[in-house]
Ligand binder design. Structure first.
Ligand code: NAD
Length: 309
């Protein structure tokens, strides 16, 4: 096995983090860091960190996806080429946890509506029974990995009754009951909020569709901070228009950016954030820490952290 001689930062990382700051975060690395574009070639002494997949990465020694979701990368091709692929899971518990709690606080206490009415200097008075406290309300978190646990811990601290859907029934701190994915309907039927925190895989595509939305309470809210295709978006629009559920907070969509013609934009009880669940001013440092740890592991021939292929 060869040692690494170079860490290549593909310029697509700029989709999520400022490239210059990201490169600076590797100042203390003992191999050089280079910004590369689409015309670069790689060999077995190169590591690559990228946002988007490129087929030429398969010539490198190891490839790191700077995101937690790696659904756009062909894991079979990496396995066939015997090139390890790693991702950035493990760092989004606080960032995505906080934005999820923010959505719930807004949907319950109407911050999004007050801000809308503020735009027209309108002293808005909601109906008496519309605002509620999230304390005591049930949240169902689907997927209890980094994101799911981050959401569950924060919701529990605010007094919510947190249940979750998980493939193993091992207890998770802050979660009062765990349901098997086969019992998804049972898990969501009583929840005031359902938060999705699972990867996009063939098994999770369109997991939330008409039947699940009809199972949810009519005063429930759907939160999707995971990936757009996990929700059947047409079914969601129909459910929101017909009052099958009360509202939603969406960070991710089937098509991103969300097309201008989408009716989700104009719904009072839908909060849209432009895939910014993990966006904070220290995101580049959090990702760099995962990459640096793996450079060190690669050089000392230890197993890589967050290996997904
Ligand atoms: P993770 O690997 O730590 O956790 C995912 C969990 O989901 C795992 O525990 C896994 O066992 C579980 N899971 C998979 N399929 C399941 C199923 N069918 N039912 C129940 N559980 C299932 O990953 P993470 O860091 O928590 O991220 C999860 C996903 O969230 C990522 O794949 C990514 O697509 C998305 N994400 C979005 C943002 C954002 O900015 N909005 C940020 C980070 C991650």
């Amino acid at each position: 096995m060869h040692g690494l001689e170079r860490l290549c930062i593909h310029n697509s990382v700029d989709e999520k983090i400022p490239v210059e700051a990201f490169i600076e975060a590797f100042d203390d690395l003992d191999i050089p860091t280079e910004l590369v574009g689409d015309d670069e070639t790689y060999d077995e002494t190169d590591a690559v960190a990228s946002f988007t997949p490129r087929s030429e990465f398969l010539d490198a020694a190891w490839v790191h996806v700077i995101r937690a979701g790696y659904d756009e990368f062909d894991t079979d091709a990496y396995e066939a080429a015997d090139v390890p692929l790693t991702n950035s899971t493990g760092i989004h518990g606080a960032t995505v946890g906080e934005i999820s709690v923010g959505y719930m606080l807004s949907l319950s206490r109407l911050l999004h509506l007050y801000r809308d009415y503020q735009n027209t200097h309108d002293w808005y008075t909601p109906t008496y029974d519309r605002p509620f406290t999230i304390a005591g309300e049930r949240l169902c978190v689907v997927g209890l990995g980094t994101l799911g646990e981050g959401i569950a811990r924060r919701a529990d601290a605010l007094g919510m009754d947190v249940v979750g859907v998980r493939r193993s029934d091992e207890p998770v701190p802050s979660v009062s009951a765990i349901y098997d994915p086969a019992n998804l309907h049972e898990a969501i039927v009583d929840a005031r909020f359902v938060a999705l925190a699972i990867p996009h895989t063939p098994a999770t595509e369109n997991l939330i569709s008409t039947a699940e939305l009809e199972t949810m309470r009519d005063d429930a809210y759907l939160i999707n901070v995971a990936r757009g295709p996990i929700v059947d978006e047409d079914a969601l629009v129909t459910a929101l228009k017909s009052g099958t559920i009360a509202g939603a907070a969406l960070d991710v969509f089937e098509t991103e950016p969300l097309p201008e013609k989408s009716s989700l934009w104009d719904m009072d009880e839908v909060i849209i954030s432009p895939h910014k669940g993990s966006a904070t001013n220290r995101y580049h440092r959090d990702i760099a820490a995962v990459v640096k740890e793996n450079v060190q592991r690669f050089q000392s021939e230890e197993d890589l952290k967050n290996r997904v292929a």
